[in-house]
Ligand binder design. Sequence first.
Ligand SMILES: C[S@@+](CC[C@H](N)C(=O)[O-])C[C@H]1O[C@@H](n2cnc3c(N)ncnc32)[C@H](O)[C@@H]1O
Length: 209
Amino acid sequence: MRTSNERVLRVFDAVADRYDRQMATCERLLFPGSRTWVTGRASGRVVEIAVGTGLNLPLYGDDVVSVIGIDLSERMPALARERVEDQKLAGRVELRRDDAQCLDLPDGCADTVVSTFTLCSIPNEEAALREAFRILRPGGRMVMAEHGPSSNLFIRTMMHLIEPLIVRLSADHLTRDPRGPLRRAGFRIEHVARGRMGVSFRIVAVRPE
Ligand SMILES: C[S@@+](CC[C@H](N)C(=O)[O-])C[C@H]1O[C@@H](n2cnc3c(N)ncnc32)[C@H](O)[C@@H]1O
């Protein structure tokens, strides 16, 4: 079962004002440290796909020259825009409405593509990873933190059982494993680590030279 862009828009525009609070709880329990891990591996010209409310934006280090954050939703990046203004990040951050499945960005324009907790929501995640590959320069890196099927059999079974309901309510595919789609898009996976309860992935994947 796949979601659609229309469904994603409805869900995320509705949830946007509660998103940071809900995400903080999830992160504390399941994904602690993921954002600092991802942003600490970004450098040069960064494109962050499905930037949401911009939780990663204040965390990028000095190696990052510029960040283009794109998102399909209206309300999520509106909150990211407020964050950029509040934290005076406008010098190097640009936010755009765009579709990660068919990006309005030129080939090879990014040194790093970042994705945190997005592949679960993008209707066609394979298309989004093909686009990430296209916009990376050869040798550029995709850095991601995502949830996916747990390495623990019991938890994985529970995730599969509740997934249809969660997709319907929250446009969230719980058990997408990013590794197959990354390889099919042409990436070489350089690093994979699993997080608490085996539910999350931290991945660095390279567009070969
Ligand atoms: C769970 S949120 C993650 C937001 C952010 N990456 C974070 O780490 O908090 C998923 C985001 O994916 C966005 N999204 C879903 N499909 C998309 C698409 N096709 N193109 C761009 N953004 C998309 C949603 O609007 C939402 O902001």
